[in-house]
Design a protein around this ligand. Structure first.
Ligand SMILES: Nc1nc2c(ncn2[C@@H]2O[C@H](COP(=O)(O)OP(=O)(O)OP(=O)(O)O)[C@@H](O)[C@H]2O)c(=O)[nH]1
Ligand SMILES: [Mg+2]
Length: 318
């Protein structure tokens, strides 16, 4: 099924084919690898933006508005909404779909929701692979929307060129206690829902903390928005662009991407080794070792060392 025509259709941004390619990516690491062998050379052109923050902060509303703005500039946008807490996948996150309905019918926008189910091999790995498909399909901008609660979202946010962390005025009190992780990954902060009380206090608290504790060369900018009223969106887009320019001027765009590429190569090597090991090792021998471990004759460490030894012997015989 992955033939020249399939690749050609992805490159032509054929929606059905792009959608099928993403389903393939989600279904197995094997087919993802097969597909990316063909498509990887076409990636690297899209600019990747991560948008993360607590539940209900306005990530989808902001993504929606930002997308409309990019569309007005003639840019095409791919959106990957990742919800690690949801069991649904394949564009089934109803809330996101409804909220994004005004951009949902636009052919220059591709929206895909991903969830834990059907994403073998780690959600962040899969989200990056889906981004590669959209990149190869010539979407100019790719936005990852993730709920900022756990490690996998941090990983996804880290996969972006520019990461935007959204807070709301209610976050004011908790800014002091803000997770170090969020602080580290943010290139730009947004205080959304600035129509609510406490926006200025939150802004001051955040900028103070950023100046005190920032350990990067650049203190992240803080942008105030009211996403539901389309306010502050152009300013946010400008800050994203300024960050992009800075990355280019300082060669960081290249070096950040190179670092991520190295991680990916090693991660895939791990996958390939695991595949091979599971092929070459006799499962009856594994069962035997499990039984011996249960009987207290071996520790699990020794059991795995014996498996490695067995693997090496079989490799020599190959
Ligand atoms: N008052 C106010 N409400 C807003 C603003 N932006 C978004 N909202 C509302 O906040 C609610 C949550 O917005 P979403 O965009 O769904 O937030 P989210 O962060 O994507 O939510 P999850 O994906 O569920 O974590 C919705 O009812 C929005 O209409 C804003 O600037 N001000
Ligand atoms: Mg959302």
């Amino acid at each position: 099924m992955i033939d020249e025509n399939f690749i050609k259709k992805i490159r032509e941004q054929d929606r059905k084919t792009v959608s099928r390619a993403i389903t393939l990516i989600e279904s197995s690491n094997g087919s993802a690898n097969q597909l990316l062998k063909f498509l990887y050379k076409f990636t690297g052109n899209a600019y990747r933006i991560g948008i993360t923050g607590p539940p209900g902060a306005g990530k989808s509303t902001l993504t929606n508005q930002l997308t409309s703005y990019y569309r007005s500039l003639g840019k095409t946008v791919g959106i990957i909404a990742v919800d690690p807490t949801s069991p649904f996948s394949g564009g089934a996150l109803l809330g996101d779909r409804i909220r994004m309905s005004d951009i949902g019918c636009d052919t220059g926008v591709f929206i895909r929701s991903m969830a834990t189910r059907g994403s073998l091999g780690g959600l962040s790995k899969k989200a990056v692979e889906v981004a590669d498909i959209l990149d190869a399909a010539k979407y100019d901008i790719i936005i990852f929307e993730t709920v900022g609660v756990g490690q996998s979202e941090l990983d996804i946010a880290k996969a972006a060129d520019t990461t935007v962390v959204i807070l709301v005025p209610e976050s004011g009190d908790s800014i002091q206690a803000m997770k170090a992780g969020l602080m580290e990954i943010a290139d730009i902060f947004v205080i959304n829902k600035c129509d609510r009380q406490g926006a200025d206090t939150t802004y001051t608290a955040l900028t103070t903390i950023l100046h005190l504790y920032n350990r990067k060369e650049r203190v992240p900018e803080v942008v105030k928005t009211i996403a539901s009223e389309n306010k502050g969106i152009v300013e946010l887009a400008e800050e994203i662009d300024k960050h992009r320019q800075l990355l280019i001027e300082t060669n960081k765009l290249e070096s950040n991407r190179t670092k991520k590429l190295k991680e990916r190569i090693l991660e895939n090597l791990n996958y390939l080794i695991n595949e091979e090991i599971s092929e070459i090792i006799e499962s009856s021998y594994v069962d035997e070792l499990v039984a011996m471990t249960l009987q207290g004759k071996l520790s699990y460490v020794e059991a795995s060392e014996l498996l490695l030894k067995n693997y090496k012997q079989r490799l020599r015989g190959k």
